[in-house]
Design a protein around this ligand. Sequence first.
Ligand code: FES
Length: 108
Amino acid sequence: MVLVNGKPQTSCNLPLWAVQGHEITTLEGLGHDGRPHALQQAFMDENAGQCGYCLSGILISASALLQEIPLPSRAQICQALDKHLCRCGAHERIIRAVQRAAQTERHT
Ligand code: FES
């Protein structure tokens, strides 16, 4: 997943010509050197997720959600992340991490 003009898109289905001239944000682009994005920090703090496969997409979708809805409900978080398949059972920790990031962003 990447953000294309702030909207999450599946990069594997996105030809380069379709995004020419658009603003692209990857997972690496969320944070800055030595200063992770609030979501990245919250996922570390909550020990949310276990793999590097699904987490990239989850973080990108969650960042788009927080841009659109700064303090989302649990249902809104679940809806935003519904298309991501996590098979390790970290769902509750992932939801807590998004809630934590939302609270962190609210107070910064
Ligand atoms: Fe990747 Fe759960 S964090 S499968």
